[in-house]
Each structure stands twice: as structure tokens, then as C-alpha cells.
Design a binder for this molecule. Structure first.
Ligand SMILES: NC(=O)c1ccc[n+]([C@@H]2O[C@H](COP(=O)([O-])OP(=O)(O)OC[C@H]3O[C@@H](n4cnc5c(N)ncnc54)[C@H](O)[C@@H]3O)[C@@H](O)[C@H]2O)c1
Length: 256
């Protein structure tokens, strides 16, 4: 094994993790902190974000970025300011998202916008500003977005609007991968299958979740930590030639 394969190369790296007060974002923030990264934890303002930052391991100078990603007009300035405070910006892991399960007949302008704004529009604003900051820094970098297995299967259990937003994330990820590649910046999407989190349980039934788990070759849901491990890999030096990819983390529920 060459020396380059021994460490993740994340010691001291500045990493912005959105959804850091949630399950997968939280597990990813912790795993990156354990790998030596300095984390900027982004989520809605509140006790959950404060507690998430306070519990991050590794170092004592992780920072919080309380931000409502639904207000896209505030993203650019807030991220530039956070990157200044963080220093050595290396990666964005964008795990925040909003799911509202509704039959199409019940979808309103409000519920459509709430999901598209956070899941798709904010992804563009975050990718754009982080891309600009990484290009200006000139040391390469990583952007890791989150889609869902629904990008490929289409909506399951009344997630039509959410699934459409996650299809857009895959397409957008490929665009930023092409644009930012010449600066040594990789851009990828993680596509979780059925993961045991608050979002998975939201407006869902135990029976419906059990039925999906039974169809998974591994016969279970995944954990937030199992997804976080893939995010750490993509953020690491080991993933230096992976870009524009949609990484399937579904335990074989989907095969591609
Ligand atoms: N859990 C699954 O089975 C599953 C499946 C496919 C895809 N995903 C994707 O994985 C990612 C993480 O999901 P999770 O299961 O950990 O969800 P979660 O609900 O536990 O966490 C989502 C986080 O996003 C934050 N968030 C929501 N709206 C926000 C806003 N306007 N501004 C800032 N933060 C906001 C929430 O506060 C929360 O902390 C999401 O992108 C989700 O779409 C999850």
C-alpha cells in the first residue's frame, strides 16, 4: 500500500455539512470530525444544531452555521462568512432536505416550493458558492450532494415532489462536476436507499417500511453511519478520481 492510501487526508480540512442536526448529516459530521476535519455544521437555527456542534469529537473549534436553506437569498453571504471563519475550506457535504409525503391531489404551491427550494434550489446556491470558494483557494476540493433512490425509481409512498427534486440533484451534480473538474474539485451525489432516520419514519407506516426492508437483499434498513462512511470516503483523498457519480447506498435494494 502506498503512503497515499494510508490516511484519508482530512486532518485539518474545513468541511461544511448541511443537515448536521439530522441523522445522516449528523453522523457524517461526527465521522468527518473523527477523521480530523474541522466541521461547520449547517442546519436550521435551534437547540438541535447547538447540541450537534457541541457533541462533535476531534477538536474544540468546530463551528455552527444556523441557516434556513429555504431562504436561498441568504445562502451566498452566509457561506462566504462561514468559510472565512472555518479557514482551509475543502468540502461541502449537503445532506439537508425536506420531505412532505402527499398524494399529488393534495400538493399545494406552498408544499411544492418548500421541497423544491430546500432540496434543489438550495443545492444549486450551495454548490455554486462553495465551487467559487474552492476555485479561489486553488487546492481542489470535494462537493457531495444527497439525492435519493427515488431519483431512479420515481416516487414511492406519496413522495412525488420530493422525488422530482432529487432527480434534479443528480442532473445538477453532473453539471457542477464538469464545470469544477478542471480545478481538481470532484462533485458527486450519494443516493441512499432505505435508511433508518427521522425522515424515513416521517408520514410513513411501520408496515410500509418493513415491506421495503424485506425487498432489500440485506433484509434491513441501513443506518445513518453506513451512509456517513460513504460521504467520508468521497471527501477523502481516496476518492480523487470519482466525479459526476451517483453512489448507490441502498444495500442492494437498487442495483446499478
Ligand atoms: N433516510 C432515508 O431513508 C433517505 C433516503 C434517501 C435519501 N435521503 C437523503 O439523505 C439526506 C439526509 O436525510 P436524513 O434521513 O438524515 O433526514 P433528517 O430529517 O434526519 O435530516 C435532515 C436535516 O435537514 C435539515 N433541514 C431541513 N430543512 C432545512 C432548511 N430549510 N434549512 C436547513 N436545514 C434544513 C433538518 O433540520 C434536518 O436536520 C437527505 O438529503 C435525504 O433526502 C434519506
Amino acid at each position: 500500500m502506498t503512503a497515499a492510501l494510508l490516511g484519508a487526508g482530512l486532518e485539518g480540512a474545513g468541511v461544511i455539512v448541511s443537515g448536521a442536526a439530522g441523522d445522516i448529516g449528523g453522523a457524517t459530521a461526527r465521522a468527518l470530525a473523527e477523521a480530523g476535519a474541522r466541521v461547520c455544521a449547517l442546519d436550521l437555527p435551534g437547540d438541535a444544531l447547538d447540541a450537534a456542534v457541541a457533541s462533535l469529537p476531534g477538536r474544540d473549534d468546530h463551528i455552527a452555521l444556523p441557516l434556513d436553506l429555504g431562504n436561498t437569498g441568504t445562502i451566498d453571504a452566509a457561506v462566504r462568512d462561514a468559510a472565512d471563519r472555518l479557514g482551509t475550506l475543502w468540502a461541502l457535504v449537503h445532506a439537508a432536505a425536506f420531505l412532505r409525503r402527499q398524494a399529488p391531489v393534495d400538493v399545494t404551491e406552498e408544499t411544492w416550493d418548500a421541497q423544491l427550494d430546500v432540496n434543489l434550489k438550495a443545492t444549486f446556491w450551495l454548490n455554486r458558492v462553495v465551487g467559487e470558494l474552492l476555485v479561489a483557494r486553488g487546492s481542489g476540493g470535494r462537493i457531495i450532494n444527497f439525492t435519493s433512490a427515488a431519483w431512479m425509481t420515481g416516487p414511492m409512498i406519496d413522495s412525488d415532489v420530493y422525488a422530482a427534486s432529487k432527480g434534479g440533484v443528480v442532473t445538477m451534480t453532473k453539471g457542477f462536476a464538469r464545470r469544477l473538474g478542471p480545478w481538481g474539485i470532484t462533485v458527486n451525489a450519494i443516493s441512499p436507499g432505505q435508511i433508518e432516520t427521522a425522515m424515513q419514519r416521517k408520514e410513513n407506516s411501520a408496515e410500509a417500511m418493513a415491506a421495503v426492508a424485506a425487498n432489500c437483499p440485506l433484509g434491513r434498513m441501513g443506518s445513518a453511519e453506513e451512509v456517513a462512511a460513504v460521504a467520508v470516503f468521497l471527501a477523502s483523498r481516496h476518492a480523487s478520481f470519482v466525479s459526476g457519480a451517483t453512489i448507490n447506498v441502498s444495500g442492494g435494494l437498487l442495483m446499478y
